[in-house]
Design a protein around this ligand. Structure first.
Ligand code: SAH
Length: 339
């Protein structure tokens, strides 16, 4: 049985054609799926006979809200969603002046092993399907009753380690018969899987690529991000330059500031040299505490100084606002849960 949300629009059209259905049926079904229907029965503009026929060969997948936490500080809402196989993932809805954003997961767990991140503890269990990625947006939007206008793929998992399903999801969430979220309103963050950055550039989607850099050189990056041993800083920067050239899009570099590890004045200078002349922005994230690790953030003054140093050297840098800190919903704090 196939989950209808695992089809791209054109695949859904073909599938329905094989079932003897007219072409417009795909649009109708895509619209229903995006509204968060939980069965064929809710698709009231489709005949009962057709619904019965389709339910014999396909199904409408859902996500169950197992738990929901709302921040008292900023309304940020964290969902613990239960997947059909019983595994749980987390997604976070954030309220901004410019609209509502959702941070979604791409895998159950993660195999990248970054030393400061909770999502990787316990490794990777499995990748999410395209439908499971989309369902986080659909069911969060249904629950809050307001339109979600921005997506960040910065939850649990490494999106480029689940490349095909992520691309399929991006096409579907952008589709005009679907949630119709513009590519420019979507960010995808990677820890730096170099070959996949080249592949993504070729997809020709004007999304924003965020790259988790976190260090100005191989020595520091190796000590906190195992992926750097496979794809060192020079190769990563080369891939980023190619991405900028191919897509003409600015890259956003994420840099978690960890006290005593990567936050010295010398580190800021080296980072500025590394990124000089690139069409980019640096997003500084004071590292969030996770229980299992001994990494700490510096004080406000130190964080400000690092940011000012980069700006004074011609690198566009800002400090990311922290949301949902009272509900463990900040960067690097999301975790899979296995039942
Ligand atoms: N796997 C992707 C998607 C995760 S995005 C990636 O690595 O980019 C989440 C962002 O938060 C990444 O930049 C990640 O490195 C960062 N992060 C992880 N743990 C963190 C922590 N404890 N404090 C601050 N940022 C963290």
């Amino acid at each position: 049985m196939i989950d209808l949300k695992d089809f791209e629009f054109s695949e859904l059209e073909n599938f329905l054609k094989e079932q003897g259905e007219p072409k417009f049926r795909a649009g109708q079904i895509f619209e229903w799926l995006s509204k968060g229907v939980e069965s064929f029965d809710e698709m009231t503009n489709i005949s009962k006979a057709t619904r019965e026929k389709l339910s014999k060969v396909s199904f409408v997948s859902t996500l169950k809200i197992r738990e929901k936490y709302v921040s008292k500080l900023d309304k940020t809402t964290k969902y613990l969603f239960e997947l059909p196989d019983g595994n749980c993932i987390e997604s976070v809805v954030m309220y901004y002046n410019h609209g509502i954003s959702i941070c979604i997961s791409s895998q159950v767990g993660c195999r990248m092993g970054c030393g400061f991140c909770a999502s990787t503890i316990g490794g990777l269990y499995r990748s999410l399907t395209a439908g499971e990625i989309l369902n986080q947006v659909i069911f969060a939007q249904k629950d809050i009753g307001e339109r979600i206008s921005n997506i960040v793929m910065m939850g649990i998992g490494e999106p480029l380690d689940n490349f095909e399903n992520v691309i399929k999801f991006l096409h579907n969430v952008n589709h005009e018969k679907g949630l119709n979220i513009g590519y420019r309103h979507i960010s995808l963050s990677t820890c730096g899987l170099v070959p996949k950055i080249y592949d993504l550039a070729k997809e020709n989607m004007p999304i924003t690529l965020s790259v988790s850099l976190h260090a100005p050189n191989n020595e520091i990056r190796n000590s906190i991000m195992p992926v750097n041993k496979k794809y060192p800083v020079e190769e990563l920067i080369k891939a980023c330059k190619d991405y900028i050239k191919t897509t003409t899009r600015r890259i956003s570099f994420e840099y978690s500031l960890i006290s005593g590890v990567n936050d010295s004045e010398k580190d800021a200078e080296e980072l500025a040299r590394l990124l000089k002349g690139m069409l980019c922005h640096v997003n500084l994230i004071p590292v969030n505490k996770i229980e299992e690790r001994e990494y700490h953030k510096g004080n406000k003054k130190e964080i400000r100084a690092f940011c000012d140093k980069l700006n004074s050297l011609g690198i566009n840098a800002t400090v990311r606002r922290e949301l949902g800190s009272d509900i463990q919903a900040s960067c690097g704090q999301l975790r899979k849960k296995l039942l």
